[in-house]
Design a protein around this ligand. Sequence first.
Ligand SMILES: Cc1cn([C@H]2C[C@H](O)[C@@H](COP(=O)(O)OP(=O)(O)O[C@H]3O[C@H](C)C(=O)[C@H](O)[C@H]3O)O2)c(=O)[nH]c1=O
Length: 356
Amino acid sequence: MPISHGQNHTVLITGGAGFIGSHVVRKMVMAYPGYLIVNLDKLTYAGNLENLKDVENYPNYRFIKGDIADGYFINDLFSNWNFDGVIHLAAESHVDRSIEEPLEFVKTNVLGTVNLLNASIQNWKKNYERKRFYHISTDEVYGSLGDTGFFSEKTSYKPNSPYSASKASSDHFVRSYGETYGLPYVISNCSNNYGPYQFPEKLIPLFINNIIQNKPLPVYGNGKNTRDWLFVEDHANAIDLVYHKGINKESYNIGGFNERQNIDLVKLLCSLMDKRLFRNEGESEKLITFVKDRPGHDLRYAIDATKINKKLGWKSSVTLEEGLEMTIDWYLANDDWLNHVNSGEYQDYYKMRYKQ
Ligand SMILES: Cc1cn([C@H]2C[C@H](O)[C@@H](COP(=O)(O)OP(=O)(O)O[C@H]3O[C@H](C)C(=O)[C@H](O)[C@H]3O)O2)c(=O)[nH]c1=O
């Protein structure tokens, strides 16, 4: 059954200072003044409280710094706060990093999720009325598609990277807690997100950042890998809907029916950036550099979002071109944010990967 929350509803959002998390926190804080939104974030390189400046003083918002991989800390947190619901977004999310440091992904994505599940069942003590554990996951758990077909909720899991294996494992743990302990849960699996506040290690913000700085745009392999792009605010709206209306023990695929081969997406981005930066058409494209492929690089992701559309009435509202324009404008208007994330660890990481 869908749940109806009253006022005085306390929601824990994990990873709320990250890219998608910060959009979800903003949405929930603003849309539900009667809820208390508690944002738990470890503030790793990808988490940034600057992402939430506009809501930090709202009376229904609290921030707590902490690590979901620390089971003692999580148990204390749950007994102090008595959460009614959990929206779990905290995760290590970058595939390239997972290839270099798989254990970090096991720690945060698997152990961290199990710590949250344990704390939820211990704290809720089988009194599950109006309680909900909502696990946010990815379409990468399904593996790779060939040239045709779509991932549906019934597609079997076949993760190919340490990242997707860790997310698949966490999805299975959530499901198992529903079966074994009766935990009320929902899961959603989303396609590639883009938009403001995304850390410039992922394709779109990395390439915007590099175009601004006239740095090479490293396209992996032949550039024919295909992703299904979704504007992050559309995802945040879907999360709000699934949290409130999703059916217990079900999963929902979220995607924008917006497939592009990487090379086509990059060329579109270059042409939009040329216009915004008053450069000659074709100038940014000269930065495209084909580099060695990612190991185990999934060929194609494409989401069949019919279920969430038919059952919950959600569909994406932003076209790829509109979303890219809004995203580019945001990065160009927020050079302070970009300078901040361009310092420190990101620079070391970029130099290490591309030996520049
Ligand atoms: C960073 C980078 C990427 N790429 C390629 C690799 C992919 O085919 C595509 C997108 O890569 P990105 O790393 O941005 O995203 P995915 O590997 O598709 O995974 C992303 O979308 C899913 C749903 C998640 O769940 C992940 O958390 C999220 O990171 O561009 C390049 O060609 N060059 C680059 O420098």
